[in-house]
Design a protein around this ligand. Structure first.
Ligand code: FMN
Length: 191
């Protein structure tokens, strides 16, 4: 483990208040190993649709720079995202597209872990492979295993309390976070 706390930011791909993925994200501090501190990333909900003309005429919106800075400053990034139509939710993809155009591209060399909760049986697996592909283009270092796919999520997470009630899922998340902490240290946390 590193000789200081690993700061990991979590980007939630769902904007809705009652998001299961947000509930998973909120549970992470309680499931992370000692020495890892997961916290929510600055929001992307106000990002305009990516348009290179806007970038060239007005520059990057402040909210984009804020998220880009947070990604750059973090030791690692965890995505907590649903799957929309077998792929990455549009809002999240738009956020990644904006951040990817910021100079000194923030995802380059950044340790990344993926988690998804979805109502389908595959738990967002198809979204994860698309997100993995985007991260390859950006030269991020995405953790291979353990993978977290929370299928039929409404049966594993209590929508009222936000608690992950399925203990097998809790165990898998703990294992992934422990592996991610080692992965971050191995691949070089920010100095
Ligand atoms: C536009 C849209 C597309 C969806 N597509 C999928 C899908 O491809 N696979 C799937 O398992 N669930 C799909 N769902 C259902 C989501 O898994 C479910 O709404 C889930 O709760 C969304 O995550 P959230 O609770 O974090 O917002 C879709 C939902 C929406 C709104």
């Amino acid at each position: 483990m590193a000789d200081r706390t690993l700061d990991v930011i979590c980007i939630c791909g769902s904007l809705r208040k009652g998001s299961y993925n947000r509930m998973v994200m909120n549970a992470l501090p309680g499931l992370a190993p000692a020495g890892m501190s997961p916290m929510e990333a600055p929001p992307f909900s106000e990002f305009p649709l990516y348009n290179a003309d806007v970038q060239e005429t007005s520059g990057f919106p402040p909210a984009v720079l804020k998220l880009a800075d947070a990604v750059r400053a973090a030791d690692g990034v965890i995505f907590n995202s649903p799957e929309y139509n077998f792929s990455i939710p549009g809002g999240l993809k738009n956020a990644i597209d904006w951040v990817s155009r910021v100079p000194n591209q923030p995802f380059a060399g950044k340790p990344v872990a993926l988690q998804s909760a979805a109502n389908g049986a595959l738990g967002g697996g198809r979204m994860q492979y698309d997100l993995r592909r985007a991260m390859i283009f950006l030269d991020a270092l995405t953790l291979n295993k353990p993978e977290i796919f929370i299928g039929n999520c409404s049966t594993r997470i209590d929508a009222k309390t936000g608690e992950i009630t399925d203990q097998q899922t809790v165990g898998f998340i703990r294992q992934q976070l422990a592996a991610f902490a080692k992965f971050v240290v191995q691949h070089g946390p920010r100095s």
